[in-house]
Design a protein around this ligand. Structure first.
Ligand code: FPP
Ligand code: MG
Length: 337
């Protein structure tokens, strides 16, 4: 079982504060499209903050591998953040979300056409950076991330309000939506430094398991936190018909314990598809989740994933950077947003 950390995210990432600041400068000041509207949209988006977790992971891995954060690592960090942010900009159109990172979303201030193109521009800039890196393996890695993001998102749309979901679906969708990009952020530095395949694989595994744990916690927070803390709408998944891990755990518990309660939950979810704003229905479903300890069971799954991420760090020599990577994995379990 992993040990818990009481360190804040800022403390954990303090070893790469300077690098994250430089990255912010590149994102806020150096990306300057000729369109004034696009320029101000991009500045607003990147000034709104964000955890910069994926870039920080690339910086920490470069250092934990005993290397310098050179221009290639900055390009990798920027590619990950651009792809992540672009996918959220597009996702907020799909989900019709009005708030992200505590700020009004681009789609709430501009029309969808401008918003889509702003996201597209970020994807394009990531591609420009891949050209600058000129490393075929890293290009292939991020091309697969883009494919995964689209595939994961479409599968999620297809499965809206469907209770015909299992663990394979949940983890495969979570890998594609979230963990694939985390994996690229931790694997790409090892590829850029031409390290042994065993090391590259271990770095990739850390990112993959951390990314999966991150998504599990995201799905838990949607139920257990509030909009102000999250900086985005809470309790949105059920309303949007996303059958995430707390519901999956509940369906599994009821299938083994009480067939008629299982049938009732399935029916309630189907009814919610017709009346997503029905408060009584939502409250009944939430009560069922609570009675089945859905949050606790989901958290246990996240702990297993974090343990796998920690195990993959065994190939790294001890260093403050390796400690930060351990702390970061443990922090994921306790994060509040
Ligand atoms: C957040 O999901 C969304 C993602 C992690 C990925 C979304 C991906 C796309 C929109 C496809 C990207 C397109 C290209 C061209 C690569 P969420 O709604 O569960 O999380 P949230 O609560 O943060 O909104
Ligand atoms: Mg969303």
């Amino acid at each position: 079982m992993s040990t818990l950390t009481t360190k804040s995210l800022t403390e954990i990432l303090s070893l790469v504060t300077e690098e994250v600041k430089s990255l912010d400068h590149r994102l806020i000041e150096d990306i300057s499209p000729s369109s004034r509207a696009l320029c101000s949209i991009l500045q607003e988006i990147f000034k709104a903050g964000g955890k910069r977790l994926r870039p920080a992971l690339s910086f920490l891995f470069a250092k934990a591998l005993g290397k310098q954060v050179d221009e290639n690592i900055y390009l990798i960090a920027e590619i990950s953040e651009l792809i992540h942010t672009a996918s959220l900009v597009h996702d907020d159109i799909i989900d019709n979300s009005l708030i992200r990172r505590g700020q009004p979303t681009t789609n709430s201030k501009w029309d969808n056409a401008i918003t889509v193109i702003s996201g597209d521009f970020m994807f394009a800039r990531a591609a420009v950076n891949l050209g600058k890196l000129a490393n075929n393996d890293i290009t292939a890695l991020y091309a697969k991330v883009l494919e995964d993001l689209c595939d994961g998102e479409i599968r999620q749309v297809e499965k809206k309000f469907s209770t015909d979901v299992d663990w394979d679906y949940y983890y495969s969708k979570s890998y594609k939506k979230t963990a694939s990009l985390f994996e690229a952020a931790t694997k790409a530095p090892a590829i850029a430094f031409s390290l042994d395949s065993e090391i590259i694989q271990a770095c990739a595994d850390y990112g993959k398991y951390l990314g999966l744990a991150f998504q599990v916690i995201d799905d838990i927070l949607d139920y257990s936190s509030d909009t102000e803390t999250l900086g985005k709408p809470s309790c949105a998944d059920l309303k949007e018909g996303q059958i995430t891990i707390p519901v999956l755990c509940t369906l599994e518990t009821l299938a083994a314990r009480d067939v008629s309660a299982h049938k009732q939950l399935v029916e309630q979810i189907q009814n919610l598809a017709v009346e997503p704003d029905n408060k009584e229905l939502t409250e009944n479903i939430l009560q069922t989740l609570k009675s089945c300890d859905a949050i606790e069971k989901s958290k246990a799954k996240a702990e297993d994933l974090v343990q796998k991420a920690l195990n993959s760090l065994a190939v790294l020599k001890d260093s403050p950077y390796k400690t930060a990577l351990k702390d970061l994995a443990n922090f994921t379990l306790n994060r509040e947003r």
